[in-house]
Design a protein around this ligand. Structure first.
Ligand code: SF4
Ligand code: SF4
Length: 210
C-alpha cells in the first residue's frame, strides 16, 4: 500500500485506521512505512481518504504477497482456496469432522493486530513441532510454505515477511498431549519474539467426555 503524494493533502484522517501503525507522519507529510505495512487492506476498505490518495499496486510481488494473504481476511490462499489465517475447520468449529477420537487438534498463532509477527518466528514454531512428531492439517495455509517436511523449515525467501498473524494447525496423539503442552509453553516463552497463542481442540462423545 502507498500514498500518492500528488493527491494527499496531509489531513491526517487516515492515521488512526491502520492496525499496524504503518501510516505515519514525518516532516508534516503522511506516508506508509513499507516495512511496517502488512498489506491488510484496512485503509482502503475504510474508504477514509476523500482524495483517494491511498493506493495499492496492481500486483503485490512474491514473497510480499504473503503479507496480504495472512493479514487481509478477504484474500484467498491460492494453495488452499481458503481465505484468512487458518483452515476452514478452525473457523467453522469442526464442521469438516477433522478431529477424530484419539487425536487432539492444536493451533499455534503467532502475532496479533498492532504488533504482528515475522514469518521467521513461524519458522521456529513449525520446526519445533515437526521435531516433536505432530501431524499437520494439510489444508492449513502454513503447510505450503514448508520447504523441508523433515525439518519443518519454511522457504528461506519468506522469513523476512511481516504479517498480522499466522496460524499453524496440527494434531497430537492424546497420550502425548500433556508433555507436548508443557514443552511448547517452555519453547514459546524462551524462543519466540512475538505474541503466541496456543489453542487446543478435542472431540467429546455424546456424554461430553473428551
Ligand atoms: S486521508 Fe488521504 S489526504 Fe488525508 S493524509 Fe491520508 S492519504 Fe493524505
Ligand atoms: S494495508 Fe494495512 S498495514 Fe498497510 S497501511 Fe493500510 S491499514 Fe496499514
Amino acid at each position: 500500500m502507498y500514498i500518492d503524494k500528488t493527491l494527499c493533502k496531509n489531513c491526517l484522517d487516515c492515521l488512526p485506521v491502520c492496525p499496524m501503525g504503518a501510516i505515519q507522519l514525518e516532516n508534516k507529510e503522511v506516508f506508509i512505512d513499507y516495512e511496517s505495512c502488512v498489506e491488510c487492506g484496512v485503509c482502503l476498505r475504510f474508504d477514509i481518504c476523500e482524495q483517494t490518495a491511498i493506493k495499492q499496486v496492481e500486483e503485490i510481488p512474491y514473497p510480499r504477497i504473503l503479507r496480504a494473504v495472512f493479514s487481509d481476511p478477504v484474500q484467498t490462499h491460492k494453495s488452499t482456496g481458503v481465505a484468512g489465517r487458518g483452515t476452514e475447520e478452525m473457523k467453522t468449529n469442526d464442521v469438516t469432522n477433522l478431529f477424530k477420537k484419539g487425536k487432539i487438534g492444536f493451533s499455534i498463532e503467532i502475532g496479533r493486530p498492532s504488533v504482528g509477527a515475522y514469518l521467521k518466528d513461524l519458522d521456529k514454531v513449525v520446526r519445533k513441532v515437526t521435531d516433536m512428531g505432530v501431524e499437520f492439517s494439510e489444508d492449513n495455509p502454513v503447510v505450503p510454505l514448508i520447504a523441508d517436511r523433515k525439518t519443518g523449515a519454511l522457504k528461506s525467501e519468506i522469513l523476512g515477511e511481516k504479517v498480522i498473524s499466522a496460524i499453524a494447525e496440527f494434531m497430537v496423539s492424546d497420550e502425548k498431549v500433556i508433555e507436548f503442552i508443557h514443552e511448547m509453553v517452555r519453547f514459546l516463552d524462551a524462543e519466540i519474539d512475538a505474541v503466541a497463542t496456543m489453542s487446543v481442540i478435542s472431540r467429546a462423545d455424546e456424554k461430553g467426555v473428551p
